[in-house]
Write a protein that binds this ligand. Structure first.
Ligand SMILES: *[C@@H]1O[C@H](CO)[C@@H](O)[C@H](O)[C@H]1NC(C)=O
Ligand SMILES: *[C@@H]1O[C@H](CO)[C@@H](O)[C@H](O)[C@H]1NC(C)=O
Ligand SMILES: *[C@@H]1O[C@H](CO)[C@@H](O)[C@H](O)[C@H]1NC(C)=O
Length: 420
Protein backbone atom coordinates (compact mmCIF):
# COMPACT_ATOMS: atom_id res chain seq x y z
CA UNK A 1 0.00 0.00 0.00
CA UNK A 2 1.35 3.40 -0.93
CA UNK A 3 0.74 6.20 1.55
CA UNK A 4 -1.27 9.18 0.28
CA UNK A 5 1.75 11.48 0.23
CA UNK A 6 3.61 9.05 -2.03
CA UNK A 7 0.58 8.58 -4.17
CA UNK A 8 0.45 12.27 -4.91
CA UNK A 9 4.02 12.08 -6.04
CA UNK A 10 3.24 9.17 -8.29
CA UNK A 11 0.25 10.88 -9.81
CA UNK A 12 1.95 14.17 -10.52
CA UNK A 13 2.62 13.13 -14.12
CA UNK A 14 -1.06 13.61 -14.79
CA UNK A 15 -1.14 17.16 -13.53
CA UNK A 16 -0.15 18.79 -16.78
CA UNK A 17 -2.65 19.84 -19.37
CA UNK A 18 -0.48 18.46 -22.14
CA UNK A 19 0.54 14.87 -21.68
CA UNK A 20 4.16 13.84 -21.57
CA UNK A 21 5.46 12.05 -24.59
CA UNK A 22 5.81 8.32 -24.17
CA UNK A 23 9.51 8.54 -24.92
CA UNK A 24 10.14 10.61 -21.81
CA UNK A 25 8.62 7.93 -19.67
CA UNK A 26 10.28 4.89 -21.12
CA UNK A 27 13.82 4.76 -19.88
CA UNK A 28 13.19 2.61 -16.82
CA UNK A 29 11.04 0.17 -18.73
CA UNK A 30 13.66 -0.21 -21.39
CA UNK A 31 16.30 -1.04 -18.86
CA UNK A 32 14.10 -3.72 -17.35
CA UNK A 33 13.04 -5.16 -20.67
CA UNK A 34 13.86 -8.73 -21.49
CA UNK A 35 15.64 -9.49 -24.72
CA UNK A 36 13.26 -11.93 -26.32
CA UNK A 37 11.76 -11.09 -29.66
CA UNK A 38 9.02 -13.64 -30.10
CA UNK A 39 6.66 -10.79 -30.61
CA UNK A 40 4.64 -9.52 -33.48
CA UNK A 41 4.99 -12.35 -35.96
CA UNK A 42 2.99 -14.74 -33.88
CA UNK A 43 0.24 -12.19 -33.43
CA UNK A 44 -0.06 -11.77 -37.18
CA UNK A 45 -0.84 -15.38 -37.82
CA UNK A 46 -3.29 -16.54 -40.42
CA UNK A 47 -6.48 -14.64 -40.62
CA UNK A 48 -9.16 -17.16 -41.46
CA UNK A 49 -11.35 -14.53 -42.95
CA UNK A 50 -14.94 -13.64 -42.56
CA UNK A 51 -18.00 -15.27 -41.09
CA UNK A 52 -19.25 -18.23 -42.99
CA UNK A 53 -16.12 -18.18 -45.12
CA UNK A 54 -13.74 -21.03 -45.84
CA UNK A 55 -11.83 -22.20 -42.83
CA UNK A 56 -14.73 -21.91 -40.46
CA UNK A 57 -14.44 -24.72 -37.96
CA UNK A 58 -17.27 -26.85 -36.76
CA UNK A 59 -18.89 -26.22 -33.43
CA UNK A 60 -16.17 -25.29 -31.01
CA UNK A 61 -13.60 -27.27 -32.99
CA UNK A 62 -11.04 -24.52 -33.05
CA UNK A 63 -11.32 -24.00 -29.33
CA UNK A 64 -10.15 -27.36 -28.07
CA UNK A 65 -7.77 -28.33 -25.33
CA UNK A 66 -8.97 -26.22 -22.43
CA UNK A 67 -6.73 -26.13 -19.45
CA UNK A 68 -7.12 -22.68 -17.96
CA UNK A 69 -10.34 -21.24 -16.57
CA UNK A 70 -11.43 -17.77 -17.62
CA UNK A 71 -9.56 -15.17 -15.70
CA UNK A 72 -10.70 -12.03 -14.10
CA UNK A 73 -7.88 -10.01 -15.52
CA UNK A 74 -8.92 -7.11 -13.33
CA UNK A 75 -7.11 -8.64 -10.49
CA UNK A 76 -4.70 -11.16 -11.98
CA UNK A 77 -1.73 -9.84 -13.89
CA UNK A 78 -0.74 -11.97 -16.87
CA UNK A 79 1.56 -14.78 -15.86
CA UNK A 80 4.10 -14.25 -18.62
CA UNK A 81 6.86 -11.69 -18.27
CA UNK A 82 6.28 -8.67 -20.48
CA UNK A 83 8.70 -8.63 -23.38
CA UNK A 84 9.97 -5.52 -25.01
CA UNK A 85 12.49 -7.39 -27.09
CA UNK A 86 14.90 -5.36 -29.13
CA UNK A 87 12.32 -2.64 -29.57
CA UNK A 88 14.07 0.46 -28.28
CA UNK A 89 10.80 2.29 -27.83
CA UNK A 90 7.97 -0.07 -26.91
CA UNK A 91 5.48 2.79 -26.43
CA UNK A 92 6.25 4.61 -29.69
CA UNK A 93 3.22 6.71 -30.68
CA UNK A 94 1.61 6.47 -27.23
CA UNK A 95 1.26 9.35 -24.76
CA UNK A 96 1.25 9.13 -20.98
CA UNK A 97 -1.30 10.25 -18.41
CA UNK A 98 0.73 8.84 -15.53
CA UNK A 99 -0.81 7.66 -12.28
CA UNK A 100 -0.49 4.28 -10.61
CA UNK A 101 -3.46 2.04 -11.22
CA UNK A 102 -4.31 -1.15 -9.40
CA UNK A 103 -7.01 -2.09 -11.91
CA UNK A 104 -7.52 -1.90 -15.65
CA UNK A 105 -8.83 1.45 -16.92
CA UNK A 106 -12.34 2.29 -18.11
CA UNK A 107 -13.34 5.09 -20.49
CA UNK A 108 -16.59 6.74 -21.55
CA UNK A 109 -17.43 9.51 -24.02
CA UNK A 110 -20.55 11.68 -23.71
CA UNK A 111 -19.98 13.84 -26.76
CA UNK A 112 -17.70 14.85 -29.59
CA UNK A 113 -14.07 15.09 -28.47
CA UNK A 114 -15.04 14.27 -24.89
CA UNK A 115 -13.31 11.40 -23.05
CA UNK A 116 -13.43 10.52 -19.35
CA UNK A 117 -11.02 7.84 -18.15
CA UNK A 118 -10.92 6.23 -14.72
CA UNK A 119 -8.77 3.78 -12.77
CA UNK A 120 -8.73 2.51 -9.22
CA UNK A 121 -5.60 3.93 -7.59
CA UNK A 122 -3.31 2.47 -4.94
CA UNK A 123 -5.46 3.95 -2.15
CA UNK A 124 -8.54 2.17 -3.60
CA UNK A 125 -9.97 5.55 -4.59
CA UNK A 126 -11.38 6.34 -8.01
CA UNK A 127 -9.07 8.49 -10.16
CA UNK A 128 -10.30 10.50 -13.13
CA UNK A 129 -8.82 12.34 -16.12
CA UNK A 130 -10.91 14.05 -18.77
CA UNK A 131 -10.38 15.64 -22.15
CA UNK A 132 -12.69 17.85 -24.19
CA UNK A 133 -10.10 19.17 -26.63
CA UNK A 134 -8.22 16.51 -28.57
CA UNK A 135 -4.74 16.04 -27.11
CA UNK A 136 -5.36 18.13 -23.96
CA UNK A 137 -6.06 16.45 -20.64
CA UNK A 138 -7.13 17.61 -17.21
CA UNK A 139 -4.95 16.93 -14.24
CA UNK A 140 -5.89 13.80 -12.34
CA UNK A 141 -8.53 14.07 -9.62
CA UNK A 142 -9.57 11.66 -6.91
CA UNK A 143 -13.30 10.99 -6.64
CA UNK A 144 -12.90 9.10 -3.39
CA UNK A 145 -14.65 5.84 -2.65
CA UNK A 146 -13.28 2.53 -1.50
CA UNK A 147 -13.19 0.40 -4.60
CA UNK A 148 -12.64 -3.35 -4.55
CA UNK A 149 -12.62 -3.80 -8.31
CA UNK A 150 -11.92 -1.99 -11.51
CA UNK A 151 -14.35 0.86 -12.21
CA UNK A 152 -16.91 0.72 -15.03
CA UNK A 153 -17.80 4.07 -16.61
CA UNK A 154 -20.79 4.75 -18.86
CA UNK A 155 -22.63 7.81 -20.13
CA UNK A 156 -26.37 7.96 -20.78
CA UNK A 157 -26.12 11.32 -22.54
CA UNK A 158 -24.35 14.63 -22.85
CA UNK A 159 -22.97 15.77 -19.48
CA UNK A 160 -23.88 12.51 -17.73
CA UNK A 161 -21.45 9.96 -16.36
CA UNK A 162 -21.95 7.02 -14.01
CA UNK A 163 -19.06 5.03 -12.59
CA UNK A 164 -19.71 1.69 -10.86
CA UNK A 165 -17.44 -0.66 -8.93
CA UNK A 166 -17.41 -3.18 -6.12
CA UNK A 167 -17.58 -1.10 -2.98
CA UNK A 168 -16.36 -1.40 0.58
CA UNK A 169 -18.56 -4.35 1.55
CA UNK A 170 -18.34 -5.92 -1.91
CA UNK A 171 -21.63 -4.26 -2.60
CA UNK A 172 -22.02 -2.35 -5.87
CA UNK A 173 -21.41 1.35 -5.42
CA UNK A 174 -21.62 4.15 -7.94
CA UNK A 175 -21.00 7.84 -8.35
CA UNK A 176 -22.68 10.08 -10.94
CA UNK A 177 -21.75 13.30 -12.73
CA UNK A 178 -24.81 15.45 -13.56
CA UNK A 179 -23.01 18.17 -15.51
CA UNK A 180 -22.08 20.15 -12.41
CA UNK A 181 -20.87 17.87 -9.68
CA UNK A 182 -20.18 14.31 -8.63
CA UNK A 183 -22.75 12.71 -6.36
CA UNK A 184 -20.28 10.82 -4.19
CA UNK A 185 -20.50 7.05 -3.88
CA UNK A 186 -23.85 5.44 -3.10
CA UNK A 187 -24.36 1.75 -2.48
CA UNK A 188 -26.83 -0.04 -4.72
CA UNK A 189 -27.26 -2.71 -2.08
CA UNK A 190 -29.03 -0.40 0.37
CA UNK A 191 -27.51 -2.17 3.34
CA UNK A 192 -29.09 -5.54 2.55
CA UNK A 193 -25.70 -7.22 2.72
CA UNK A 194 -25.78 -8.67 -0.77
CA UNK A 195 -22.16 -9.23 -1.84
CA UNK A 196 -20.74 -9.49 -5.34
CA UNK A 197 -17.66 -11.15 -6.85
CA UNK A 198 -16.44 -8.69 -9.39
CA UNK A 199 -17.01 -5.36 -11.11
CA UNK A 200 -20.57 -5.11 -12.42
CA UNK A 201 -21.59 -5.16 -16.07
CA UNK A 202 -23.33 -1.95 -17.07
CA UNK A 203 -25.20 -1.45 -20.33
CA UNK A 204 -27.08 1.61 -21.54
CA UNK A 205 -29.72 2.38 -24.15
CA UNK A 206 -30.57 6.06 -24.42
CA UNK A 207 -31.24 7.22 -20.86
CA UNK A 208 -31.82 3.67 -19.64
CA UNK A 209 -29.10 1.92 -17.65
CA UNK A 210 -29.01 -1.74 -16.53
CA UNK A 211 -26.49 -2.95 -13.93
CA UNK A 212 -25.71 -6.66 -13.65
CA UNK A 213 -23.86 -7.91 -10.59
CA UNK A 214 -22.43 -11.39 -10.13
CA UNK A 215 -23.25 -12.47 -6.57
CA UNK A 216 -20.92 -14.53 -4.39
CA UNK A 217 -23.54 -17.27 -4.83
CA UNK A 218 -22.95 -17.16 -8.66
CA UNK A 219 -26.40 -15.67 -9.18
CA UNK A 220 -26.52 -12.74 -11.57
CA UNK A 221 -28.61 -9.87 -10.24
CA UNK A 222 -29.92 -6.86 -12.09
CA UNK A 223 -31.16 -3.40 -11.29
CA UNK A 224 -32.42 -0.84 -13.80
CA UNK A 225 -32.60 2.94 -13.91
CA UNK A 226 -34.80 4.40 -16.60
CA UNK A 227 -33.58 8.00 -16.62
CA UNK A 228 -30.64 9.82 -15.03
CA UNK A 229 -33.09 11.67 -12.78
CA UNK A 230 -34.78 8.53 -11.43
CA UNK A 231 -33.62 6.13 -8.82
CA UNK A 232 -32.87 2.49 -9.50
CA UNK A 233 -35.48 -0.24 -9.40
CA UNK A 234 -36.15 -1.18 -5.80
CA UNK A 235 -35.01 -4.78 -5.75
CA UNK A 236 -32.29 -6.86 -7.31
CA UNK A 237 -33.74 -9.23 -9.90
CA UNK A 238 -32.10 -12.65 -10.17
CA UNK A 239 -31.23 -13.55 -13.77
CA UNK A 240 -30.18 -17.16 -13.23
CA UNK A 241 -31.81 -18.02 -9.95
CA UNK A 242 -32.10 -21.73 -9.21
CA UNK A 243 -35.66 -22.65 -9.99
CA UNK A 244 -35.97 -20.19 -12.84
CA UNK A 245 -33.43 -20.88 -15.54
CA UNK A 246 -30.21 -21.54 -13.70
CA UNK A 247 -29.88 -25.01 -15.28
CA UNK A 248 -28.33 -23.59 -18.40
CA UNK A 249 -25.31 -22.25 -16.54
CA UNK A 250 -23.63 -25.25 -15.01
CA UNK A 251 -20.75 -24.87 -12.63
CA UNK A 252 -19.13 -21.54 -11.92
CA UNK A 253 -20.47 -18.44 -13.57
CA UNK A 254 -18.32 -15.48 -14.58
CA UNK A 255 -18.95 -12.30 -16.53
CA UNK A 256 -19.67 -11.09 -19.08
CA UNK A 257 -20.76 -8.63 -21.70
CA UNK A 258 -24.09 -7.03 -22.58
CA UNK A 259 -25.41 -5.06 -25.55
CA UNK A 260 -28.71 -3.71 -26.80
CA UNK A 261 -29.68 -4.50 -30.37
CA UNK A 262 -33.00 -3.76 -32.06
CA UNK A 263 -34.77 -3.11 -28.77
CA UNK A 264 -33.54 -6.29 -27.06
CA UNK A 265 -30.87 -6.64 -24.41
CA UNK A 266 -28.38 -9.46 -24.97
CA UNK A 267 -26.41 -10.73 -21.97
CA UNK A 268 -23.38 -13.02 -22.21
CA UNK A 269 -21.78 -14.93 -19.34
CA UNK A 270 -19.21 -17.69 -19.04
CA UNK A 271 -20.09 -20.97 -17.36
CA UNK A 272 -17.18 -23.10 -16.19
CA UNK A 273 -17.45 -26.74 -15.16
CA UNK A 274 -14.07 -28.24 -14.27
CA UNK A 275 -11.59 -26.94 -16.81
CA UNK A 276 -14.26 -26.36 -19.44
CA UNK A 277 -15.50 -22.81 -20.00
CA UNK A 278 -18.30 -22.06 -22.40
CA UNK A 279 -20.20 -18.98 -23.40
CA UNK A 280 -23.92 -18.60 -22.62
CA UNK A 281 -26.34 -16.10 -24.06
CA UNK A 282 -29.59 -14.71 -22.68
CA UNK A 283 -31.75 -12.63 -25.01
CA UNK A 284 -33.99 -10.28 -23.09
CA UNK A 285 -37.13 -9.56 -25.03
CA UNK A 286 -37.16 -5.81 -24.55
CA UNK A 287 -36.01 -5.73 -20.94
CA UNK A 288 -37.30 -9.11 -19.75
CA UNK A 289 -34.93 -12.01 -19.35
CA UNK A 290 -35.25 -15.08 -21.52
CA UNK A 291 -33.61 -18.45 -21.00
CA UNK A 292 -29.90 -19.16 -21.25
CA UNK A 293 -28.62 -20.74 -24.42
CA UNK A 294 -25.25 -22.34 -24.88
CA UNK A 295 -22.98 -20.77 -27.51
CA UNK A 296 -20.14 -23.20 -26.80
CA UNK A 297 -16.50 -22.53 -27.40
CA UNK A 298 -13.74 -23.34 -24.97
CA UNK A 299 -12.41 -20.05 -23.87
CA UNK A 300 -9.77 -18.34 -21.83
CA UNK A 301 -11.15 -14.84 -21.72
CA UNK A 302 -14.32 -13.04 -20.87
CA UNK A 303 -16.49 -12.18 -23.89
CA UNK A 304 -16.80 -8.78 -25.55
CA UNK A 305 -19.91 -8.12 -27.62
CA UNK A 306 -20.73 -5.37 -30.11
CA UNK A 307 -24.01 -4.49 -31.81
CA UNK A 308 -23.64 -3.01 -35.28
CA UNK A 309 -25.35 -2.63 -38.62
CA UNK A 310 -28.92 -3.76 -38.90
CA UNK A 311 -29.30 -6.16 -35.98
CA UNK A 312 -25.90 -7.84 -36.09
CA UNK A 313 -24.04 -8.76 -32.91
CA UNK A 314 -20.48 -10.07 -32.85
CA UNK A 315 -19.21 -11.64 -29.64
CA UNK A 316 -15.46 -12.16 -29.27
CA UNK A 317 -13.48 -14.42 -26.94
CA UNK A 318 -9.90 -15.64 -26.75
CA UNK A 319 -9.77 -19.40 -27.26
CA UNK A 320 -7.47 -21.82 -25.47
CA UNK A 321 -5.11 -21.58 -28.45
CA UNK A 322 -4.87 -17.80 -27.74
CA UNK A 323 -6.52 -16.86 -31.01
CA UNK A 324 -9.41 -14.44 -31.20
CA UNK A 325 -12.74 -16.12 -32.01
CA UNK A 326 -15.90 -14.45 -33.24
CA UNK A 327 -19.48 -15.68 -33.19
CA UNK A 328 -21.89 -13.56 -35.23
CA UNK A 329 -25.64 -13.16 -34.68
CA UNK A 330 -27.58 -11.94 -37.71
CA UNK A 331 -30.76 -11.15 -35.78
CA UNK A 332 -32.06 -14.71 -35.79
CA UNK A 333 -29.17 -17.18 -35.59
CA UNK A 334 -25.51 -17.50 -34.61
CA UNK A 335 -22.78 -18.26 -37.16
CA UNK A 336 -20.78 -20.48 -34.78
CA UNK A 337 -17.19 -19.66 -33.85
CA UNK A 338 -14.63 -18.67 -36.42
CA UNK A 339 -10.97 -17.91 -35.70
CA UNK A 340 -9.40 -14.54 -36.37
CA UNK A 341 -5.77 -15.26 -35.54
CA UNK A 342 -3.60 -13.47 -33.05
CA UNK A 343 -1.84 -14.70 -29.92
CA UNK A 344 -3.75 -12.89 -27.24
CA UNK A 345 -3.71 -12.80 -23.52
CA UNK A 346 -6.26 -10.20 -22.46
CA UNK A 347 -9.99 -10.11 -22.78
CA UNK A 348 -10.79 -8.37 -26.07
CA UNK A 349 -12.32 -4.88 -26.12
CA UNK A 350 -14.59 -3.88 -28.96
CA UNK A 351 -15.83 -0.45 -30.01
CA UNK A 352 -18.40 0.25 -32.74
CA UNK A 353 -17.30 3.20 -34.82
CA UNK A 354 -18.95 4.46 -36.97
CA UNK A 355 -22.08 2.62 -38.13
CA UNK A 356 -21.35 -0.83 -39.60
CA UNK A 357 -17.73 -0.87 -38.49
CA UNK A 358 -15.95 -1.78 -35.28
CA UNK A 359 -12.49 -2.15 -33.81
CA UNK A 360 -11.24 -4.97 -31.58
CA UNK A 361 -8.29 -4.36 -29.25
CA UNK A 362 -6.44 -6.89 -27.10
CA UNK A 363 -3.08 -7.38 -25.44
CA UNK A 364 -0.93 -10.11 -27.00
CA UNK A 365 1.07 -12.73 -25.13
CA UNK A 366 4.06 -10.51 -25.99
CA UNK A 367 2.30 -7.67 -24.08
CA UNK A 368 1.87 -5.62 -27.25
CA UNK A 369 -1.49 -3.94 -27.87
CA UNK A 370 -3.14 -5.19 -31.06
CA UNK A 371 -6.00 -3.93 -33.21
CA UNK A 372 -8.24 -5.67 -35.73
CA UNK A 373 -10.88 -3.69 -37.62
CA UNK A 374 -14.12 -4.72 -39.31
CA UNK A 375 -14.90 -2.27 -42.11
CA UNK A 376 -18.43 -3.49 -42.81
CA UNK A 377 -17.40 -6.34 -45.07
CA UNK A 378 -13.96 -7.61 -44.02
CA UNK A 379 -11.60 -7.86 -41.08
CA UNK A 380 -8.20 -6.20 -41.36
CA UNK A 381 -5.04 -8.05 -40.39
CA UNK A 382 -3.85 -7.61 -36.83
CA UNK A 383 -2.07 -4.29 -36.39
CA UNK A 384 0.64 -3.99 -33.76
CA UNK A 385 0.10 -0.73 -31.88
CA UNK A 386 3.28 -1.34 -29.85
CA UNK A 387 3.23 -1.09 -26.08
CA UNK A 388 4.23 -3.34 -23.19
CA UNK A 389 0.85 -3.48 -21.53
CA UNK A 390 -0.62 -5.29 -18.57
CA UNK A 391 -4.29 -6.22 -18.19
CA UNK A 392 -7.15 -5.45 -20.53
CA UNK A 393 -7.12 -2.10 -22.34
CA UNK A 394 -10.09 0.27 -22.59
CA UNK A 395 -11.28 2.10 -25.68
CA UNK A 396 -13.98 4.57 -26.65
CA UNK A 397 -15.01 6.51 -29.72
CA UNK A 398 -15.01 10.29 -29.26
CA UNK A 399 -15.95 11.29 -32.82
CA UNK A 400 -16.90 9.53 -36.03
CA UNK A 401 -14.05 7.24 -36.96
CA UNK A 402 -11.95 8.29 -33.96
CA UNK A 403 -11.14 5.85 -31.17
CA UNK A 404 -8.75 6.34 -28.28
CA UNK A 405 -7.30 3.27 -26.58
CA UNK A 406 -5.89 3.27 -23.02
CA UNK A 407 -3.55 0.71 -21.50
CA UNK A 408 -1.39 0.33 -18.42
CA UNK A 409 2.35 -0.06 -18.71
CA UNK A 410 4.40 -2.33 -16.47
CA UNK A 411 4.65 0.52 -13.92
CA UNK A 412 0.82 0.57 -13.82
CA UNK A 413 0.91 4.01 -15.39
CA UNK A 414 -1.76 4.98 -17.93
CA UNK A 415 -0.90 5.39 -21.64
CA UNK A 416 -3.10 6.19 -24.61
CA UNK A 417 -3.00 6.32 -28.36
CA UNK A 418 -5.60 6.66 -31.05
CA UNK A 419 -6.70 7.77 -34.42
CA UNK A 420 -5.69 11.40 -34.13
C1 LIG B 1 -26.11 -29.05 -16.81
O1 LIG B 1 -26.23 -30.13 -15.93
C2 LIG B 1 -27.41 -30.91 -16.11
C3 LIG B 1 -27.45 -31.93 -15.00
O2 LIG B 1 -26.21 -32.57 -14.85
C4 LIG B 1 -27.38 -31.52 -17.50
O3 LIG B 1 -28.56 -32.27 -17.72
C5 LIG B 1 -27.30 -30.41 -18.53
O4 LIG B 1 -27.18 -30.95 -19.82
C6 LIG B 1 -26.10 -29.53 -18.26
N1 LIG B 1 -26.14 -28.40 -19.15
C7 LIG B 1 -25.11 -28.07 -19.91
C8 LIG B 1 -25.34 -26.90 -20.77
O5 LIG B 1 -24.04 -28.66 -19.90
C1 LIG C 1 -13.09 -3.40 -46.61
O1 LIG C 1 -11.76 -3.75 -46.84
C2 LIG C 1 -11.56 -4.53 -48.00
C3 LIG C 1 -10.09 -4.93 -48.03
O2 LIG C 1 -9.27 -3.80 -47.86
C4 LIG C 1 -11.98 -3.76 -49.22
O3 LIG C 1 -11.81 -4.56 -50.38
C5 LIG C 1 -13.45 -3.39 -49.07
O4 LIG C 1 -13.85 -2.60 -50.19
C6 LIG C 1 -13.66 -2.64 -47.78
N1 LIG C 1 -15.09 -2.45 -47.60
C7 LIG C 1 -15.61 -1.31 -47.16
C8 LIG C 1 -17.10 -1.29 -47.01
O5 LIG C 1 -14.92 -0.34 -46.91
C1 LIG D 1 5.49 1.04 -33.44
O1 LIG D 1 6.80 1.50 -33.16
C2 LIG D 1 7.62 1.70 -34.31
C3 LIG D 1 8.97 2.20 -33.83
O2 LIG D 1 9.47 1.37 -32.84
C4 LIG D 1 6.98 2.75 -35.22
O3 LIG D 1 7.73 2.87 -36.40
C5 LIG D 1 5.56 2.32 -35.56
O4 LIG D 1 4.93 3.34 -36.31
C6 LIG D 1 4.76 2.05 -34.30
N1 LIG D 1 3.45 1.55 -34.67
C7 LIG D 1 2.33 2.21 -34.39
C8 LIG D 1 1.06 1.58 -34.86
O5 LIG D 1 2.30 3.25 -33.77
Amino acid sequence: MVRPSNLLGLLVHGSMAVALSARDMDSSNDAAAAATDATSDSANRADFGKPGGAGKPGHGSGLGGASRPPQDDDENPPSTTPLAGSDASPWANWLSLGGTAVTKPTVASWGTNRLDVFVTGTTSELYHWWSSVVGTWSSVESLGGELHSSPVAVSVGENYLDVFALGRDDDIAYTSWNGNSWSGFTSLSDGNGYAFQTAPLVVTSGYRLDVFGLGLDSIIQRRTRLTPFNSFSEEWEAINDPGTNFEALNGTVSFGSAVWSQGDLHLFAVGTAGSHSELYWNKFDGGDQGSWEELGGILLSQPAAVAWGNGYIDVFVVGTDYQLYDNRYDGSRWSDWFPLGGTLESTPVVVADPANTFKVYAVGTDSGVYLKEWNGSEFSDWQDLNGTAIWTPAAASYDIGKVEVFALDTSHSLRYTGSL
